[in-house]
Structures are given as C-alpha cells and as structure tokens.
Design a protein. Structure first.
Length: 303
C-alpha cells in the first residue's frame, strides 16, 4: 500500500483531464435536474398508483396491461411468486416510489433500454425485499432519490442523490464511460459491498459518505472523493494498480479532514487538500496487507 501527498499542480496531464471531466459531468447532471424540474412546473400531481407485476403482455415495465390491476404503478410496484416472467425491461422516463418483493419471490432481473430519455428514478422508500433472493438491476442506470434505499439489490450503474443510501446492496461497477457508481448530496454508501473494476470510477461528491461500506478498488479502477465527501467508517481494500483518491475533497465542513474505517491492499491512496491548508485523514484502523497498525492514526498532508 502506498500513501501519496500531492497538490493539483502535481497531477499528470491525464489525471488533470480526468478531474476536469468529472466536473463537466457533474455540471451536466445538475443542469439536467434543473431542466426536468423546470418542465414540471404547473403540472398537477399525479395520483399514486400501486400495482403487482404479472407480465401478461410482455416484459415491458411501462406497459399498463403487465400490471394488476393496472395501469403502471407510480407508488408501489410489487413482485411476487405468482408465475410472472422474472425478466423486466425498463425504458423511457420511469419513476417509482417503492419496489417491494414478497416472501418467496424468485430472482427478478431488470434491464434498461438505452436511450437518450431513459431514466429510472426511485423516489420513496426504495427497494424492500422480503424474499431470500436479491433482485438484479442493470446493466443500465438507476437513480435513488430523497431518502430511498437500495436494500439488498445487485446493481451496476447507479447514482445515489439527496439522503438516499446504498443499504446492503452489492454494486459491481464495470462502467467505463463516466462514473459508474456515484454518490451526491448527503447520500451514503451504507453497508454496501462496492467493487470498482478496471477503467471504472466510483465517485463521492458534495457531502456524501462511504458509510460503513466495504469498498474494493481493483487494478485500473479509481475511487475518488470530491468537494466535502468523506470515507466515513468504510473499509477500503485497494488492489495493486487501483487508486483511492482523497486529494480533491476538503472533508465535512471543509475542515480538511476526512475519515476511513480501514485501508489495506497494495494499491495507491492519494491524500491532500485542494486548499492551501494542510489536510488530514483519520483512520480508525490502518492496515497494511493483513497486519493492522495502531489506531487511531492521523496522517498529515504536506502544506
């Protein structure tokens, strides 16, 4: 495991370009949110609709006749062990408050039809699973809003906004175009298991936190923290060739201090502040390989 301390002027051209790309993607994301919000002004609120998936017509989530009693739900979508097809396709702009899987429900898989208008937002309680089988979402993007939770879902491309949480989800980030797993606002990685793979990026923005997650960054992958994001009490395992970068966050309250539950592995950890003040990172337990070091420890970045 290698710890590095550096400033923005010390970045390579490639790393600097990567960070500028992150900023541009965040601006586009915020701009899209403003646009969606502005186009909704003056529209009467829709009546909340509940429904149970039957798949009587086809595999399309947005086909009204695939739900009982119909139309397509906007409040709670329920999935049961009722003989319905377990492969569900989602396209266009789709929003739901709660997705609930009943006891005994089989493994449902949800795929996303890629298009310019494809957005799947979960705005309410999120995913509630009373079954022993975890639902699978992706490949394709899914957005958790407000205080929704991912439950124990298996995810690939995902974004957590507002005060949402990854819950106990399993996130396997293999996306190579942009940030495959993204946390913004006050969102948390919860108790999730997150794996970032080659050429993939997991990003924490705004005041988001790693929570108590287990975060593994494989060779060629990057886990990065920006603005006031922090690692929380997350456990970080970074394989050789992987990078966890705290050097672009000033931590909670811009106090230039971030935390992590533990760090280990042969990969690289970049520390440092983006302001002129020294930054600090506090580890509850620092680990090198399988040998834990004395805790707590504070590593100060060079001014």
């Amino acid at each position: 495991m290698a710890l590095h301390f550096r400033r923005l002027w010390q970045l390579s051209a490639t790393e600097a370009a990567d960070r500028l790309g992150f900023a541009a993607r965040r601006l586009r994301s915020v701009g899209a949110g403003v646009l969606i919000g502005s186009t909704c002004l003056g529209v009467a609120p829709a009546v909340a609709v509940d429904g149970t998936w039957t798949g009587a017509t086809n595999s399309d989530w947005n086909t009204d006749t695939n739900w009982s009693p119909g139309p397509t739900p906007t409040n709670t979508a329920s999935f049961a062990n009722n003989g319905a097809p377990t492969s569900v396709s989602i396209g266009n702009l789709t929003s739901i408050n709660t997705i609930k899987f009943g006891a005994g429900a089989p493994t449902y898989s949800f795929t996303f039809v890629t298009s310019i208008n494809q957005t799947f937002n979960i705005n309410g309680a999120g995913i509630i699973n009373d079954s022993s089988n975890a639902p699978i979402f992706g490949p394709g993007p899914i957005f958790f809003k407000n205080s929704s939770s991912a439950g124990n879902a298996i995810l690939s491309t995902v974004e957590f906004d507002d005060s949402s949480t990854a819950g106990a989800a399993t996130i396997n980030n293999t996306n190579v175009t942009g940030t495959g797993a993204e946390f913004t606002g006050l969102s948390s990685a919860g108790n999730a298991t997150i794996t970032t793979n080659n050429l993939s990026v997991t990003g924490f923005f705004n005041s988001s936190t790693g929570g108590n997650a287990s975060i593994t960054t494989n060779s060629g992958g990057r886990t990065q923290f920006f603005e006031q994001a922090t690692g929380g009490q997350a456990s970080f395992v970074t394989k050789i060739g992987g990078v966890v970068d705290f050097s672009f966050t000033s931590g909670p309250g811009s106090l230039n201090q971030v935390s992590a539950g533990s760090i280990s592995g042969a990969g690289n950890y970049f520390l440092g502040g983006r302001t002129s003040r020294p930054a600090a990172i506090t580890f509850r337990q620092r680990s090198v390989g399988s040998s834990p070091m004395a805790a707590p420890a504070v590593v100060q970045a060079l001014p």
